[in-house]
Design a protein around this ligand. Sequence first.
Ligand code: HMG
Ligand code: MG
Length: 298
Amino acid sequence: NWPNTVKVVEVGPRDGLQNEPTNVPTDVKVDLISRLVDAGIKEIETTSFVSAKWVPQMGDNREVMKTLTRAPGVNYVALVPNLKGLESAETVQTETIALFLAASESFSRKNTNCSIEESKERARAVLERARAVGMRVRGYVSCICGCPYEGKIEPQKVAQIAKFLYEEGCYEVSLGDTIGTGTPASIAAVLAEVTKYVPADKLALHCHNTYGQALPNIFMGLQMGVNVFDSSVGGLGGCPYAKGASGNVATEDLVYMLHGMGIETGVDLNKIVSTAHFICSTLGKQPQSNVSKALPRL
Ligand code: HMG
Ligand code: MG
């Protein structure tokens, strides 16, 4: 019981790089984005309009957006935390933004220097302005299973933030297992609660793979009606304000599983694997995925 097609949202250029200590040159980021699009990715997070004091790696956000070549039919998404970020995004023709809120009070403060209530106020202001200028807005809820500061998070808290984002106009709400502590049981509990307010076909799962649970968690999501999954080429990723969290599920591992289940993604697995080698060799590391080790390097 699973869908025929799935949308893969590639978060490598943003989540994948934001935690890297050495600044990646803008032209490498733009090359990465164009290789991913060439591999068939139709929705991709390119950068984030956050403070460079908080996340130096994203300091070239405007240059990335100005330099990349937009391919038809591809949705380029940039993260925005507040009106200031939205204003910069607007100056470089960003069409889609993603707001990021958290189900944990402590994580909200550590990551965005404000309470959950304040983050909702910021979100309302951003959504209002985005509507006025015709930008689409995606929403994120972080810490859906656990928080690096508070431990377990109750599904009701997740559902309240997801409901808020959906009712305020986000076209999709991505549920982030930020530190990867979820298992299929906790993911099922979160989805059961969230789908009381947001239809499953408006949800995405964003699984970090810290404990190796991302694919089983995604499989649970598929069975519960979710058909959008975030992933990062080479399994890169992590949040600077969630210490100990490792990368996102690798795009190549996700795509391998989906194709094996007869689910279409439009993504070319071999091209993703070579892109994983390309970006990881630039970073001086090995891709964190089983598929990149199993498949021959083309
Ligand atoms: P703040 O310090 O409280 O901001 O940071 P402020 O409003 O007090 O302003 C202080 C200074 O920052 C001012 O400059 C502002 O202009 C500037 P100054 O006058 O001192 O020169 N400023 C900005 N500059 C650039 N862009 C902006 C911006 N806003 C203010 N947008 C803020 C608040 C939200 C900006 C900060 O906490 C921040 O940037 N946080 C972002 C942290 C981040 O990027 N985390 C990673 C992304 S979320 C994630 O990874 C999770 C996810 O993957 C899902 C999951 O896995 O769960 C999405
Ligand atoms: Mg993340």
